[in-house]
Write a protein that binds this ligand. Sequence first.
Ligand code: ZN
Ligand code: CO
Length: 333
Amino acid sequence: MRALIEELCGVFGPSGQEERVREAIVNHLDGLVDEIRTDRLGNLIAVKHPAAGGEKGKRIMLAAHMDEIGIMVTHVDAQGFCRFTTIGGVLTNSLIGSRVHFANGVEGAFGLEGSPLTRDRPTPQKLFLDVGADSKEDARVQVGDSAVFRSSFGAVGDRLLAPNLDDRIGCAVLIQTLRELESSPHELLAVFTAQEEVGTRGAATAGYGLEPEIILAIDVTATGDFPQATPMEVALGKGPAIKVMDRRMISHPKIRGWLENTARANDIPYQLEVLEFGSTDASAVQVSRAGVPAGTVSIPCRYVHTPSQMADYNDACGAVRLLVSALGEEYPR
Ligand code: ZN
Ligand code: CO
């Protein structure tokens, strides 16, 4: 799975332009599922029918988002410098020193108006993007073009570093789960969603259309394990996190219990997650139609929504084990 995470992190895919990620994922789904389709919003939907005798199974939607945060050009000046807006929750004070990559291969660096010694917090209005051009014509990018953060994939032991572990690591966990799951009594609706970072839009429509009985999101979560972090129990390397609550969702107690009991029964280390900011695709599906019981399996990740996100490979492996164990059994009565 490590090679898969690295491969997916190398693919361009800001919100609304998930095609390349979709293509990369489709290649890995061959032979793993019974149906594959792309819906009107760009969600990739892979369906695995229940094993024979699966009348007791549930329709379970599993969601991992394909899109990543980035920037979009709003103006190119006569000298070729670009102004931009953010796609998703980009932390603008992490932009200086980071590099972006456009779909056509153009790269850019961020600059800040004024003296480099200024102590001002870089607001988006004072930042610009330098794509190495001398004029507007020379810039090779135009208003409406999107770019993503790019730096080489890194690993320090089992700690992985990439600008978009959110949520390519979740996509890899979902693919690996399908690989390892020999049979399931459930109808599995594996959805690689579009436009999560701009407000869980793909999950909202996919969840409505698929009418799942249970929604499980697979996404990253923040941690409280670095200097002066906001107190939070989740740490890297202590196993996947089972979400209790975040800003837009309270997990269904039965789903949370199901996941916790499965982890305990299989000796899978896990953590309980209470996230005070952010949410996942599960929150959109939870309130779809007449309501869908929801839960989330999270991969702890430091520096989420910055160009250098860090996660522990063992937590991703634990997430796969937890999902394979849970989905391979009947849902508790
Ligand atoms: Zn995410
Ligand atoms: Co995110």
